[in-house]
Design a protein around this ligand. Structure first.
Ligand code: SF4
Length: 217
């Protein structure tokens, strides 16, 4: 990959401008956009900035039915070019999440992501600083040494209010569980609603020290 200079101006750029910069700097075919579909903002930003851009969903086999509903709704509404990446063929629904969450995330998230980004030059994610303390220092764009590509977080600087306003302005559907106290939404076995005042990611792997699935570390 030719040396890419990451402009400092990205820090104050609009999310669509960040995605456009990435598409111009690397080429749309060299990008991977991964979306968890816990909300509609990232996919709307990406599909607006670069119409037809591929959006990747990591299907762990444990997505909420409500998440699948939002995937279908947005795919129709935004005419998304959706790519679904699944675990390897030998990985089937099992009880591993009850006793070995690291191993379960490894085969259902980390390994499929590695396949999804193999050979790509940049990875666009929905990570935000407001997600919680482990993400408070997330850059808008930076070289990810471990993965050998540039990780781009176009929503990094957006607050929760910014997200709500963006969704409202663009009349985007919300995740059906968002109004039921689910502040961060992943796999159904490892996600619970949070109480008022609780950290947003407290509902993920509740009762365990784990706070990240291994994708954003
Ligand atoms: S979040 Fe839970 S169910 Fe999903 S891959 Fe990780 S351990 Fe398995």
């Amino acid at each position: 990959m030719a040396a890419i200079i990451i402009p400092s101006s990205l820090e104050t750029a609009q999310p669509t401008e960040v995605v456009r910069w990435a598409a111009e700097a690397f080429g749309a075919d060299n990008l991977v956009v991964t979306a968890s579909f816990e909300d509609a903002v990232l996919v709307h930003v990406a599909a607006t900035a670069v119409p037809g851009i591929e959006i990747t969903l990591l299907d762990t086999q444990y997505l909420f039915a409500e998440t699948q509903w939002l995937v279908d709704e947005l795919t129709k509404r935004l005419d998304l070019h959706l790519r679904i990446v699944r675990p390897s063929a030998e990985v089937v629904p099992d009880n591993r999440w009850q006793a070995d969450i690291e191993g379960c995330c490894q085969v259902r998230k980390v390994e499929p992501l590695a396949r999804a980004i193999a050979g790509k030059q940049a990875w666009i994610t929905g990570v935000r600083r407001a997600d919680g303390p482990t993400r408070a220092g997330a850059p808008v764009a930076a070289y990810d040494i471990g993965r050998g590509l540039v990780k781009v977080n176009p929503l990094a600087t957006l607050t929760d209010d910014d997200m709500a306003l963006y969704a409202q302005l663009h009349e985007l559907p919300s995740h059906p569980l968002a109004d039921k106290g689910y502040a961060s939404i992943g796999c159904w076995p490892c996600t619970r609603p949070v109480a008022p005042g609780e950290d947003k990611r407290a509902g993920r792997w509740s009762g365990n020290a784990k706070t990240e699935c291994g994708l954003h570390v």
